[in-house]
Design a protein around this ligand. Sequence first.
Ligand SMILES: Cc1cc2nc3c(=O)[nH]c(=O)nc-3n(C[C@H](O)[C@H](O)[C@H](O)COP(=O)(O)OP(=O)(O)OC[C@H]3O[C@@H](n4cnc5c(N)ncnc54)[C@H](O)[C@@H]3O)c2cc1C
Length: 562
Amino acid sequence: MPSHDVLIIGAGLAGQRAALAAAQSGASVAIVSKVHPVRSHSVAAAGGINAALNPEDTWESHAFDTVKGSDYLGDQDAIEVMCREAPGEILWLEHAGVTFHRNETGHLGTRAFGGASAARTYYVADITGHAILHVLYEQLMKHGDTVDRYEEWFTTDLLQDDDGRCIGAVCRNLRDGRMEVFNAKATILASGGAGQAYKPTTNGLIVTGDGIAQAFRIGARLMDMEMIQYHPTTLAGNGLLITEGARGEGAWLLNAEGERFMERYAPNKLELASRDVVSRAEQTEINEGRGFPDGTVALDITKVPRRRTLEALREIVNIGRDFAGTDITREPIHIKPGQHYIMGGIKTDVDGQTTVPGLYAAGEVACVSVHGGNRLGANSLLDTLIFGRRSGEHAARIALHMPMPNTPNSRLDAAEAAIAAIMNRKQGGRRVAAIKNELGETMNQYVAVFRDADGLNKAHEIVRRLMEEAPEAAIDDHGSVFNQDVIAAIELGYMLDCAEAIVVASIERKESRGAQFRTDFPERNDAQWLKHIDISVNGADVPKVSYSEVTITRWQPEERTY
Ligand SMILES: Cc1cc2nc3c(=O)[nH]c(=O)nc-3n(C[C@H](O)[C@H](O)[C@H](O)COP(=O)(O)OP(=O)(O)OC[C@H]3O[C@@H](n4cnc5c(N)ncnc54)[C@H](O)[C@@H]3O)c2cc1C
């Protein structure tokens, strides 16, 4: 049985940064990923990563922008930690080998991003996530003696001892279907977001909310789950992302009448207002008949000099050409708001500790909460790295002074029985993919940019029905080698758990704040709702709702205009 001081589930930026930190702190580490680590979804991150590194900029300014961007729901102690530590992290990455863009003077160059009062986004063309992920993986190789990599292993369940402490996980080797108990003194979930609960989404097929649901099922609290980010610039139909870097470089948003409509919604920041503000503006234009017949508005990247686009935005040149038949250097491209990110997740403190002893969480799976009601672009990569590192260090420190738990192999029985039950399902029922599609379309219809009680209740009804149908959904592959059918059936359960938590929290919050805009409660209501909504398991019933305080250190809530 694999036994390690620290078990890390997920090998994206958060997981790999946690693994490096834990290894450098002297711990033995296992890092598990259902795909090869450099195929983790962090590889898709495009536009960049924020830090107030420039001498004219300050971490306080970065922190205030983040607090304002969060619509005052972000916890300011955590935001201070993230913004204060950001410059050091960029320099660490640079020294580790990330080839950040350099300007004409040879210094690290920045681009502007939404909701920021200074250009503080460091980038590698529009492949920033790819560049960082590969460097972290190279660095992990140096720790081959103490870091065991379990690539293409799928975690099905977290394990607890009789006192409720997390003592590891059950994982399945995708290559041959073998199940193993992983014994660990501390476990860090770094398994990413839950975008596939929506259709379309900018997130890849692997982003299925596994860690959020696994932690929820063993009693960890979730927080801010109602806060789902719709990115302003995605392609209609397939949801592919056109990076905010395009607007950072100077692209305009236009309605079908050729009007630069952001002048009406955010006269100061225009296209570079916060994402929730821009997405609402676009959706309003579309709903009020000023969009194109395909339900979109236009992003005009021809405002950016062609040479600059070809140099700094080359991936979206390819996306425009291959997926929309548009040469973005010569004509506007049609875009619309699309599901992109979950601000909520497993509630943690600034060291990644969840409400379950021995269990940590970092990255998109977690909610520290630095993003509150709305994440600023380029703050997520930062969140993954800062809180990944802090979780790795903390978990290692605790683990080095603990005995190894002694988990009996019999803990495999329930997980193996669950897989056998999926394999033995009757043929002829509804397909896993059909249920997943209905879930995604439901969430995108009712739990999107604009919401109201009727739609949210309808969404909840549908999610509950799908939860009943999912355990019967038939699969075709009954083999053991790379059986993605069985994995998809398990992932569907995770997505449904996440969806229900999202819907329940959205119904609960009877105000409009950040990404949650309730047409039936259109105002922000600090007197009643300046608080986090926590969600926890309640047996087979609808999840339990409770509240926790928002931490305010120095920035009192103000009216939010851009
Ligand atoms: C298209 C796109 C562009 C973006 N651009 C930017 C940007 O420019 N700047 C920015 O700040 N943010 C950006 N974001 C957001 C950011 O990329 C993500 O929030 C961040 O990369 C998430 O990293 P993570 O380490 O938390 O998770 P991920 O990178 O998603 O990694 C999750 C890991 O968990 C593993 N895993 C999941 N479930 C299991 C399981 N059951 N068993 C075993 N392993 C499992 C996966 O294999 C993977 O290794 C972008 C997002 C998208 C979708």
